[in-house]
Write a protein that binds this ligand. Structure first.
Ligand code: SRM
Ligand code: SF4
Length: 560
């Protein structure tokens, strides 16, 4: 869709109403009108089709097998056991392939057909969760450090993140009219923060608490890195201009890590957050959609100009960044006891997919846990699940249920297998070029065999697979990444660090699995023989000068 038409559709949508209701009522097709497909994204849903049978249906002269993906807005990925049970029932009644935890701590439902869209949205809302602004050119689900180790501090940071998420919600009543049959208003409520054409492009915020960089904070348009002094939250280092998406063969687009803009006090989060959003609203590129993310606004206008805009709009003077240090990205697995004596368990959920199969009755198992659990659940930004806030005397019962349903098995696998990420990709993602989620297990088995052969099978190496260069599994922060190019073919990227502070680089282009393994084999062999104690794979590749040169436009963020 041409970029100007996206801007026109937004402006003409009467506050994101479009003609969605007419499209829903049309019995002739399982699809929505093109313009309504765009409007629908702001309501948290994408029209998709089953790509596995697309060709077969085309030959039979049938329209594609349309269905809808629905994404929740769950800041920090926090939900209660009651909500879990309701979402599970929705997945079982209306969707296919169970519940899917995303890389931004949300749930996705796949395969909802048009006539079930409204009942599904209503059921989600009845669980006191909504989907407003989960997609579209607005602020998306706010990602928040999921690590429960520092619980008091974590709670403060979570509350600030949830408040910012709430503050940046669109003002329109369209969502409540269309899905919840609320009273109709004129459609001229106005959008004080976004204006009539919303943002030029999607916008993402993450809050991290060092030493854990589980939200990959520098991949976010706007990041808040908590600064802890004397055990208390002193404030945040604010970072801007991160983003992963790129297009194969187009040097105008690139993944980029955020720049640290400065330090702010906790009470300034909302003012500074809104100022960054409105500066991007006004200076982001609305003529060329592929250059519309904040990262390009900053590269085009310069970081000093952008800092000036943020200070002017917020009335907050940013101080020099304060010291921080990340030890690692990804999740910490297993049981952890918090300061207050309560327990938290981070479970490994491969590719975030929770469904039942003969040997892995995971959906059923977590339903059983939700029935007895009195704390809450927390989805992680790495597609995993924390069963949080468990009283010591209830731990054994939950452990037994998890064991019985095979939910602890993945914790016993290697570090490589526990930490890997894969985006959804086929068969639902309309942009997929190669498999990702469905290829994850197989790819991991093969890379694991290589590691085992060289005696480094227990080494933690971040491996991430994306079905296309949009980078939904944040592959450019993987020590090894496969980025889909065509069915069965990937770009092999290597050399990111373990802390989410250095991007990887393109090592081999458009290669098959056999070629990927052949390319990795000598690198892993050298790593096994030459690594220093505690040295990670990506860092070794850099030190040993085994990486191709850094592309000119790619930036690196160094700890302040
Ligand atoms: Fe994503 C588009 C799935 C996190 C960058 N992403 C899509 C769509 C909606 C495809 C589409 O536009 O038709 C995918 C739906 C697939 C499906 O069938 O479900 C999709 N993205 C996902 C999820 C579900 C991946 C996952 O396996 O968990 C993640 C949902 C997050 C959420 O809950 O909100 C997801 N997407 C990301 C991330 C990672 C992150 O946010 O931390 C990125 C990279 C960070 C970034 O935004 O730069 C990401 N998705 C993209 C892009 C590239 C944006 C760009 O600047 O170029 C697209 C394509 C686009 O926007 O045009 C995209
Ligand atoms: Fe789809 Fe590409 Fe995102 Fe994977 S990375 S979910 S293939 S858009």
């Amino acid at each position: 869709m041409a970029s100007h038409s996206v801007e026109d559709i937004k402006r003409d949508s009467r506050g994101l109403r479009g003609t969605v209701e007419d499209s829903l009522a049309d019995p002739v097709t399982g699809a929505l009108r093109d313009s309504d497909q765009l409007v629908l994204k702001y309501h948290g849903s994408y029209q998709q089709d089953d790509r596995d049978i697309r060709e077969e249906r085309r030959r039979a002269k049938l329209e594609p097998a349309h269905s809808f993906m629905i994404r929740t807005r769950t800041p920090g990925g926090v939900i209660t056991p009651e909500q879990w049970l309701k979402l599970d029932a929705i997945a079982t009644t209306y969707a296919e392939r169970g519940l899917r935890i995303t890389t931004r701590q949300a749930f996705q439902f796949h395969g909802v057909i048009k006539r079930d869209l409204k009942p599904t949205m209503q059921a989600i809302n009845a669980s006191l969760i909504d989907t407003l602004a989960a997609c579209g050119d607005v602020n998306r689900n706010v990602a928040v450090a999921a690590n429960p180790l520092l619980s008091a501090l974590h709670d403060t940071v979570y509350r600030q993140a949830a408040a910012l998420s709430e503050h940046l919600l669109p003002n329109t009543r369209a969502y409540y009219e269309i899905w919840l049959d609320e009273e109709r208003v004129a459609g001229d409520e106005g959008e004080p923060i976004y204006g009539p054409t919303y943002l030029p492009r999607k916008f993402k915020i993450g809050f991290a608490i060092p030493p854990h960089n589980d939200v990959d904070v520098f991949s976010q348009d706007l990041g808040f890195v908590a600064v802890v002094e004397d055990g208390a939250l002193a404030g945040y280092n604010v970072s801007v201009g991160g983003g992963m998406g790129s297009t194969h063969g187009d040097a105008e687009t690139y993944p980029r890590l955020a720049d640290v803009l400065g330090f702010i006090f906790p009470q300034d989060v909302i003012r500074v957050g809104e100022a960054v959003v409105t500066a991007q609203r006004d200076f982001g590129n609305r003529a060329t959609r592929k250059r519309a993310r904040l990262k390009y606004t900053i590269d085009e206008h310069g970081i000093d100009f952008f800092r000036g805009e943020v200070e002017r709009r917020s009335g907050v003077s940013l101080q020099p960044p304060r010291a921080f240090e990340f030890a690692h990205s990804g999740d910490r697995f297993g049981w952890v006891e918090a300061d207050n004596g309560r327990w938290h368990l981070t479970l490994r959920i491969p590719a975030g997919r929770i469904q039942d199969s003969a040997d892995r009755p995971h959906l059923t198992g977590l339903r059983e846990v939700a029935r007895v659990h009195r704390g809450h659940f927390r989805m992680t930004p790495n597609q995993n699940l924390v069963i949080a806030d468990i009283a010591p005397e209830r731990r054994a019962g939950i452990d037994a249920l998890l064991r019985q349903h095979g939910l602890l098995d993945a914790l016993g696998t290697s570090a490589l297998k526990r930490e890997a990420l894969a985006c959804v990709s086929m068969p639902t993602c309309g942009l997929a070029m190669a498999e990702a989620e469905r290829y994850l297990d197989e790819a991991l088995d093969k890379v694991q065999a290589l590691l085992d052969r060289h005696g480094v099978g227990e080494q933690s190496i971040l491996l991430r697979i994306s079905g296309c260069p949009n980078g939904c599994s944040r592959p450019y922060l993987g020590e090894i990444a496969l980025v889909g190019k065509a069915p069965g073919r990937y770009n092999l990227m290597i050399g990111a660090d373990h802390r989410g502070q250095r991007l990887n680089r393109l090592y081999r282009e458009n290669i098959t699995e056999a070629e990927i393994l052949a390319a990795l084999d000598p690198l892993i062999a050298r790593y096994a023989g030459e690594r220093q104690p505690g040295e990670h794979f990506g860092d070794y590749l850099l030190r040993a000068d085994l990486l191709p040169p850094e592309p000119a436009l790619v930036r690196r963020v160094l700890a302040a």
